[in-house]
Design a protein around this ligand. Structure first.
Ligand SMILES: Cc1ncc(C[n+]2csc(CCOP(=O)(O)OP(=O)(O)O)c2C)c(N)n1
Ligand SMILES: [Mg+2]
Length: 541
């Protein structure tokens, strides 16, 4: 068997059905031969974002895969690899490398060397017969422990080399659980706490630990918030839900975190970021993570639990159940959540129902939520104000129905995420919400959605501005209009063969969303361009 056939066959045995990529990488041909569908993008970064979503919405059961050429392809892919690294998303990345003769010689880009800092592993597979071993190592890292991109760089001069018969068994997925002594210690802290708050991270999604998280919260009668990545790990219509964290938060999150005596982090890194909850100093923290290097990284701990979020939760539930015989009465906590939420909603309702042109982004989001079936929808934000406008108000009720991100926030990422989600879950309505700066980065790949038949719904909030920068750049805006941007994006969508509609009046919003959803059901990607005001108000405290 040839090296190229072997890699494609290994991917197939590992359950990979889609390979996002951009030529020249000979794996695209070998994959197609092996019935792995190549998805050709318009630039490398978006292909990585698509692969990223395939991993996320399947909780890593289907690993997203991407390949690109040496030199410009690899150089241009760097951003997508870095984004996945920041969010600990398992991604198989197969750069084609320079021929071995000139690899590593100045100035040739080495993916193995340059991407190592943003990868879980990076291996230069130079010996043809060893390639299956490199693939096995990569696949095992992708399916175990904390996620991240795993790079296997294949020099362009070895694809056709013969390696004999392929001997490859798919790798195993193994889970690790916490030390019972650590569980007892954490449980004692939890029992002593008067106002604990549960903080769920992305680890809950990777572990598919949605049901134990809910049992844990109900046993304690404790309120639950999440990181942006953890959003939708706990039903946000549950009486104990505070809503998700982020740069913007619902008031109950702020209120309960401020008054908490213990934060119980499950499947989380507690990474300090502008796009996460700002925990006040002096709180007590318990952290459960599968990554030892993340323990106490950003906060001091009174309890440390290592392991898969599901196993940690089961162990905590078993330990706590010895003392808490039936779920605690949560009525006081629930009433407090409702009271604070009502105060908050009373402030924001006028914006959610804003009835004038230019439109309010909050109204658009509100109408979008009303028009979609939560059980059948996966939505993601983008960088910029649209993220801060949607994350506090979007009520996620189904596991992994919201792809939240924000350790780093590359403008334009949401489009690829929605497309990857749609590829992995074709039965769902997959939506990305973005601004007019974000579309400037990856908008060309709306053509990919059309060409590759990936019928997503793209909701664009066009305010002809980088509104979030207005306060940062007042002089350049005043003197040079530096924050202005422009475009007719509905026309762009139509020019690419998709459905495009521009909406300017509040009364048109609901009907336009309905038309957009219909188009996606008929197989056509739809871009609805809402002309909005330069809204800069966000729910921050
Ligand atoms: C690749 C990249 N470069 C720069 C930024 C910084 N940044 C974040 S949001 C933003 C502008 C957002 O404008 P838009 O998407 O139109 O949203 P608006 O604030 O206008 O609603 C910028 C420059 C980023 N997140 N990603
Ligand atoms: Mg804008």
């Amino acid at each position: 068997m040839k090296v190229g056939d072997a890699i494609a066959e290994i991917m197939k045995r590992e359950g990979i059905e889609i390979l996002c990529g951009y030529p020249v990488n000979h794996l695209l041909e070998y994959a197609a031969k092996a019935d792995i569908r190549p998805i050709i993008v318009r630039q490398e970064r978006i292909g990585l974002h698509m692969a990223d979503a395939i991993s996320r919405v399947t909780s890593g059961r289907k690993v997203g895969a991407f390949c690109m050429q040496h030199g410009p392809g690899a150089e241009n892919a760097y951003g997508g690899v870095a984004q996945a690294f920041s969010e600990s998303v398992p991604l198989l990345v197969i750069p084609q490398g320079y021929p071995r003769r000139i690899a590593g010689i100045d100035p040739n880009f080495s993916s193995t060397r340059e991407m190592r800092g943003v990868a879980k592993s990076a291996e230069w597979a130079v010996v043809p017969s060893e390639v299956p071993h490199a693939m096995r190592r990569a696949m095992s890292r992708l399916k175990n422990g904390r996620g991240g991109p795993c790079i296997v760089e294949v020099p362009t001069d070895i694809w056709n080399d013969e390696i004999g018969e392929l001997d490859y068994t798919p790798v195993l997925r193994a889970r690790c659980g916490p030390d019972p002594a650590d569980v007892r210690r954490a449980a004692a802290e939890i029992l002593a706490a008067k106002r604990p708050v549960i903080y769920a991270g992305t680890g809950v999604h990777w572990a598919e630990a949605w049901a134990p998280l809910r049992r844990f919260a109900e046993l304690l009668g404790a309120p639950v918030t999440t990181s942006l990545g953890g959003k939708s790990s706990f039903p946000e219509n549950h009486p104990l839900s505070l809503g998700s964290g982020g740069n913007a938060v619902p008031k109950p999150v702020h209120h309960f975190v401020a008054n908490a005596d213990l934060i119980i982090g499950i499947g989380c890194s507690f990474t300090e970021t502008n796009f996460g909850i700002k925990f006040p100093k002096g709180k007590r923290f318990i952290q459960a993570t599968s990554e030892p290097d993340h323990l106490a990284k950003d906060v001091p701990l009174v309890g440390a639990l290592l392991g898969d979020a599901g196993l940690v939760l089961e162990a905590l539930i078993a330990e706590l159940s010895q003392t808490i015989k039936s779920p605690r009465d949560a009525s006081a906590v629930v009433a407090e959540i409702q009271k604070v939420r009502e105060e908050w909603m009373a402030e924001w309702r006028p914006l959610l129902h804003h009835n004038e042109a230019p439109l309010s982004p909050y109204r658009v989001i509100h109408e979008l939520m009303a028009a979609t079936d939560p059980a059948n929808t996966i939505i993601t934000h983008d960088a910029g104000s649209p993220r801060d406008q949607i994350s506090p108000f979007w009520v996620s009720t189904e596991p992994m129905s919201y792809i939240g991100w924000g350790k780093t926030t590359q403008l334009g990422m949401g489009l690829g995420l929605a497309m990857g989600a749609k590829l992995a879950k074709p039965e769902k309505l997959c939506i990305n919400l973005w601004g007019d700066a974000a579309i400037g980065f990856t908008g060309m790949d709306f053509e990919t959605a059309v060409r590759e038949r990936i019928p997503i719904l793209s909701i664009l909030l066009n305010n002809f501005s980088m509104a979030i920068e207005l306060k940062v750049m007042p002089i350049s805006t005043e003197k040079y209009r530096s924050t202005d941007i422009s475009g007719d994006y509905a026309a762009m969508a139509r020019a690419f063969g998709g459905y495009g509609e521009r909406v300017t009046e509040p009364g048109q919003i609901a009907a336009a969303i309905k038309r957009g959803i219909e188009q996606t059901k008929n197989g056509t990607p739809a871009l609805l361009e809402f002309i909005t005001g330069k809204e800069t108000r966000v729910s921050k405290f």
